[in-house]
Design a protein around this ligand. Structure first.
Ligand SMILES: Nc1ncnc2c1ncn2[C@@H]1O[C@H](COP(=O)(O)OP(=O)(O)OP(=O)(O)O)[C@@H](O)[C@H]1O
Length: 868
């Protein structure tokens, strides 16, 4: 906090400083009267973020402090801005009525809002979960936990750095917690990607985590959640619960389960793959990710679930088929789908609303939304339960319409209550006799005032007599100056305005008291009835959460069906075989961007482990190689999510891992060159493949010299083909047509090219995949297309001609083929050379998976020194 010129602290500043000392990293929004004030450094930051005036306040004889504030009713506008700017904000409220307080008003933190822990609609994004993550770093294994307090979802996982990194990318948390003593390690691995908060090390112990979890869930152990044997994950989850306490989130009954993210249940997508396939986020500004095409969900919880399905496609054939069969049913029964959708569209975010009930932050209008949502869930359940389809029936069974609660809300709550319970008129007439009676008094009182006004106006002959009300002296009669002389003597003058005067009378005072009393009591009773209702709703947290989850799933499946119909997708056949056959496949995103007159050109792709394991695809720039690679992976992933796919037909032998090395993802800001990134990613692929993996490699080696590039690309293809245990299906797009010669020696490597036609020195992209290799790369044609000056184009043609002649003389590929085949890696180490032996020992110690690129470079340097 900015140093203040402290002479003597006022009691209020003393109170402020005491709270600030407990939460030094949080910005305090300090309630003073009708304002939230910030002081010192907080004020400087707040004024910048919120664009509000920064002043200096001299507190009488006390210190001079920087000050910035805003009216309390603007909290909902300003708070999200602060949180989105990465601030942790502590709301310090007045805990007693200032009128009755003795001395300084008691104040305390009522909520600490941080990027990862927020219930505020303006902070949250409707279609996105807002996860808080906690990581426990522990040598090679790590524990991780994710919580979305706005929905109650709580997950844990445990695994190596790769896995944790991948989960972080998939969940993209708004805030990450870790242990204070692990700061260096954390920074080294994860850098500054996420806003973070460090907690004390005593939080990060298994005993603490275990106790925290068992006491929160009220269970003896954690076996029921299937996480008993995940000590690191338990520590991470305990750290999350600790943080909730720290941020004053004590009502968290909606978090009633925790589940393990089962790594083996989902397709493994390394973090490069999720990124380069643009599943959720585009790689470049203006790009369109897959989710934007797939998401036709009509509810917020559906949209959120679809994101999870997209990053976690399934591996289990039965589960995938279950989803596909429901989608199939809805594509056949469009009327049923439409009827369900018409109700689903009316259903608001009950997943988040019921969480608000749990934390005691639900408003009257939101309670009515819950009712309306459940009322629309009822006909959905009816329609679904009549369908003769096992999976659909079971969806119906899981929808709980919570009729008793719905009836009670319907009976007690007004249809359109205000957001703020203090505004009144939330409870219907007929619910509470006392309330009804008080309302009659209040209303008749108002009628009575009206009558007084009419009567007095007639009696005094003041035509413009008005009855008004203000807080200072209550009800009054207002007389314009022109009629001042007609005012009766018994009226008591209270104030004088420019054009009028205000009076009170004995009679007015009496009625005022009666009305105000009644209104005060009405408010108390309405509030109590509303709180009773909220309390009753807390009994329904679990069934409503289940209903929300089921409706979310239904929404996703309907979204798949809508796309299937609208975009002409087909049902893929999922098999236990290892072959992948896509007939006339299309790229789901690119095809949406093309016009009907110039549609996407579909292509066939076939891969298996026996005949055609590796397709080497050559073709000029811009011909569509990358698109073909990506569409193949996207079709596989969409199928395993349970969606229909853009193809004429698709038979998909379950894929367990998808690896991609597509396009250059420069990471120069982190000091990694394109080539280094490329090699790190490729190394991770080569070390993790299995028989069911799908690998996409696009122009591996282009980041280095041609010789290096061709050699590395060649070696990688050989390696993939000759791998003893895993014949991973591979699409290998390359500019190096030298690689076409691999097919001659390796039986499962086949050459393809994306065809183009040359016409009057220009190329026409046909985008058709054909068997066989290609001769040219047409790079110069593309340069010409891009508007390169003619001089440059002609000169490059000349140089090319020259080089090609040289190349024919040298025949590089002949030379590569002279290198002994197979086990080329071992051949270095098989030598008896002592340096090679030492190198071998060193290499065996290296675990490429856990190395950062920088570490890899340092290691390389070390090894290089060894050689010299
Ligand atoms: N099958 C297709 N039908 C229609 N348009 C396509 C098709 N495939 C690709 N395209 C279009 O061509 C553009 C270039 O495709 P892509 O990036 O796949 O080419 P490439 O061969 O990988 O090029 P480079 O080698 O320069 O990376 C795409 O952005 C897309 O708009």
């Amino acid at each position: 906090m900015a140093k203040t010129k402290t002479k003597k602290e006022t009691p209020m500043m003393k109170q402020f400083n005491a709270i600030k000392a407990k939460h030094p990293t949080a910005m305090l929004l300090f309630r003073v009267g009708d304002f939230y004030e910030t002081f010192g450094d907080d004020a400087i930051t707040a004024s910048k973020i919120l664009d509000i005036v920064l002043t200096k306040r001299s507190n009488g004889s006390a210190s001079e402090t920087a000050l910035a504030g805003f009216p309390h009713h603007s909290l909902d506008t300003y708070l999200p801005k602060l949180v989105k700017a990465g601030q942790r904000v502590a709301i310090v409220d007045q805990l007693e009525d200032p009128k009755t307080a003795k001395g300084v008003v008691k104040r305390g933190i009522t909520e600490l809002v941080t990027p990862g822990v927020s219930m505020n609609d303006n902070v949250l994004s409707v279609k996105q979960n807002n996860y808080l993550a906690a990581i426990h770093l522990h040598k090679k294994e790590m524990g991780i936990s994710f919580l979305d307090i706005s929905t109650g979802e709580f997950f844990v996982a445990q695994g190596d750095q790769n896995y944790i990194d991948k989960l972080l990318q998939g969940f993209s948390p708004s805030e990450v917690l870790y242990c204070r003593t692990e700061q260096e390690q954390y920074n080294e691995i994860f850098g500054d990607t996420y806003p973070t908060f460090r907690q004390d090390d005593w939080v990060y112990t298994s005993e603490y985590g275990y106790d925290k979890l068992t006491s929160h869930f009220g269970t003896k152990n954690l076996k029921g959640f299937g996480i008993e044997n995940l000590p690191l994950a338990i520590i991470a989850a305990g750290a999350i619960l600790n943080y909730l306490e720290l941020t004053e989130h004590h009502h968290i009954d909606h978090i009633h389960q925790i589940s393990r993210i089962q790594e083996d249940k989902y397709v493994w997508l390394d973090k490069f793959t999720a990124r380069s396939l643009e599943l959720i986020f585009p790689q470049n500004e203006g790009g369109v990710p897959l989710i934007d095409i797939m998401d036709k969900c009509v509810t917020p919880m559906g949209a959120r679930l679809l994101k999870k399905w997209t990053v976690l496609p399934l591996k289990d054939q039965k589960s995938i088929d279950a989803r596909l069969n429901v989608v199939h049913h809805f594509t056949e029964e469009e009327d049923t789908a439409d009827e369900i959708l018409s109700h689903l569209r009316q259903i608001t975010d009950i997943e988040r609303l019921i969480s608000k009930v749990a934390v005691g932050r639900v408003n009257p209008r939101e309670i009515v939304f819950i009712k309306k949502a459940l009322q629309h869930a009822a006909p959905i359940k009816d329609v679904l339960s009549k369908v003769d389809h096992q999976e659909i029936k079971s969806i119906a069974d899981r929808i709980n319409t919570c009729k008793v609660l719905v009836d009670r809300i319907e009976k007690e709550m007004q249809d359109n209550p205000p957001l703020n319970p203090a505004q009144g008129n939330i409870i219907r007439t007929g619910v509470n006799a006392e309330l009804d009676e008080l309302r009659t008094i209040s209303h008749s009182g108002k009628d009575f005032l009206q009558k007084i006004q009419e009567r007095e106006s007639e009696r005094t002959g003041i035509p413009s007599l008005k009855i008004g009300y203000n807080k200072v002296f209550g009800y009054y009669l207002e007389v314009r100056n022109t009629h001042k002389d007609k005012v009766p003597a018994e009226w008591i003058r209270k104030s004088t305005l420019v054009n009028a005067e205000r009076y009170i009378t004995e009679e007015l005072k009496q009625y005022e008291e009666k009305i105000l009393n009644a209104e005060g009591q009405i408010s108390v009773i309405e509030n109590k009835l509303f709180m009773d209702l909220v309390h009753a709703a807390t009994e329904y947290i679990s069934p409503i959460q289940q209903t929300a989850a089921t409706l979310a799933k239904l929404d996703c499946l309907l979204s798949f069906a809508t796309n299937a119909i609208e975009y002409d997708y087909v049902k893929p056949e999922i098999t236990a075989e290892k072959a992948l056959s896509i007939k006339q496949g299309r790229h789901p995103v690119i095809e949406r961007q093309l016009s009907v007159d110039d549609p996407y050109v579909p292509n066939d792709v076939y891969l298996d482990t026996e005949e055609q394991q590796i397709m080497v695809i050559t073709g000029p720039n811009m011909s569509g190689k990358s698109a073909l690679l990506r569409q193949t992976a996207l079709i596989v992933l969409m199928a395993q999510m349970g969606s229909f796919v853009p193809a004429q037909s698709a038979t998909i032998g379950i894929v367990d891992k998808v690896f991609t090395r597509v396009g250059a993802s420069d990471n120069l800001s982190k000091g990694e060159s394109t080539f280094m990134v490329e090699m790190t990613e490729t190394a991770s692929i080569l070390n993790n493949i299995s028989d069911r993996s799908l690998i996409l490699m696009d122009e591996i080696g282009r980041g280095t010299s041609t010789y290096d590039g061709v050699s590395i690309a060649w070696a990688i293809v050989e390696y993939l083909h000759n791998h003893k245990k895993a014949r991973a299906k591979t699409l290998f797009a390359t500019h190096y047509h030298e690689l076409n010669e691999l097919a001659e020696d390796f039986p499962r490597i086949k050459n393809f090219n994306v065809s183009v036609k040359e016409h009057q020195k220009k190329i026409i992209f046909l985008r058709k995949l054909k068997e066989g290799g290609s001769e040219h790369s047409f790079g110069i044609h593309v340069a010409q297309l891009a508007g390169m000056p003619q001089k440059v184009v002609r000169r490059s043609e000349e140089i090319l001609e020259h080089l090609e002649q040289d190349k024919r003389k040298e025949k590089n590929t002949e030379r590569i083929k002279e290198v002994p085949k197979d086990n080329y890696q071992l051949s270095i180490f098989d030598s008896v050379d002592p340096v090679a032996k030492k190198l071998k020992e060193e290499f065996e110690k290296v675990d490429v998976n856990t190395m950062t690129p920088i570490e890899a470079m340092l290691k390389l340097n070390e090894l290089k020194k060894l050689l010299s």
